[in-house]
Ligand binder design. Structure first.
Ligand SMILES: [Fe+2]
Length: 319
């Protein structure tokens, strides 16, 4: 196939319509999810759950625990966002109130979804500045760790940063980037970018790494581990490198990537020619999640001790 014909097939230069839910073809590699009967193709709940008083207490206890850890560790945009949205006023926040406040600041809203939603639906909501947040809240039994994102992870972890104008734009661009990744069948690569930034990203502030990823900021162990432990690598983020890097979904990360600023992350993402990048990427990851490669700007070379001792499946301390 000529380069022109190949471009035509992939629609490399086409103007996208982000207002309509994209189709996802069956041969695109993505996690299969069964849609609950009560939600439509947008996967939105008709309304937010009515929480019990125990649910509200769980939110308050989770909030208090994280606020005992995050000052001095989380980035200023996260801490300021928590204040601006008054997330500690008591009980699970109301999505309508959050949306009104966010709407005034950056034009985003928060919408309730029942569970993890398919990639193409997620991209569509982000591209339209809607953040899909899990409706349910964890129980006391799963207080310390749940794999499925609940309302605490989604609202406490993700929503405060949507008050930051540059981060808010980055999230929308990330959603838009989904259209191209689907055409090239490279959702894993784009997923790695989300993972290492929105979920597990660190950001330089006054010469020190601080937390901005929601997967870190919404849990007590990783909030300390990501910044202070000897085990993990800490490497300055390069978008191409990160999109070639495997990641761990059910344990602490062997490597954290650090951005200079949200401006830098935004620029690295929107200025990258993703057509060219996807053409050069294989379907699987090139680098192991603990690898350090020759082009890396390394802040800390980790000992990987926690993982060498067996990680979560063992009694290893997160050191
Ligand atoms: Fe998340």
């Amino acid at each position: 196939m000529t380069e022109l014909a190949e471009k035509e097939r992939l629609g490399a230069d086409r103007a996208e319509d982000y207002s309509a839910l994209p189709e996802i073809s069956l041969d695109v590699f993505t996690a299969p999810l069964k849609r609950p009967e009560h939600v439509g193709h947008d996967w939105l709940e008709p309304k937010q759950t009515e929480y019990t008083s125990e649910d509200d207490r769980i939110w308050d206890d989770l909030f208090a625990r994280q606020m005992g850890i995050l000052p001095g560790r989380a980035c200023s945009a996260m801490l300021e966002g928590l204040e601006k949205l008054d997330l500690g006023k008591g009980g699970v926040p109301d999505f309508g109130e959050l949306s009104e406040e966010l709407g005034k600041r950056t034009g985003w809203s928060v919408v309730p979804v029942p569970m993890l939603i398919p990639d193409h639906v997620f991209f569509w909501h982000l591209a339209n500045r809607r953040f899909p947040a899990g409706n349910f809240i964890r129980t006391r039994e799963t207080f310390d760790y749940i794999q499925e994102p609940d309302v605490f992870h989604d609202v406490f972890g993700h929503v405060p940063l949507l008050t930051d104008p540059v981060f808010a734009d980055y999230m929308q661009e990330y959603g838009r980037a989904g259209w191209k990744a689907m055409r090239y069948n490279r959702l894993k690569a784009l997923g790695a970018l989300y993972w290492y930034t929105v979920e597990f990203g660190l950001i330089m502030e006054n010469g020190e790494p601080r937390i901005f990823g929601a997967g870190i900021s919404s849990g007590p162990t990783e909030a300390v581990f990501a910044l202070e432990a000897e085990s993990p690598n800490r490497i300055m983020l390069n978008v191409d490198r990160v999109m070639r890097t495997d990641y761990v979904i059910d344990d602490l990360q062997p490597t954290y990537f650090v951005i200079e600023s949200f401006d830098d992350l935004y620029r690295q993402t929107v200025e990258r020619d993703f057509d060219r990048l996807y053409r050069s990427l294989g379907p699987s990851f090139t680098y192991a999640n603990s690898a350090i490669i020759d082009v890396d700007n390394v802040l800390q070379r980790g000992t990987q001790e926690y993982f060498l001792r067996g990680g979560r499946g063992s009694s290893a301390d997160p050191v």
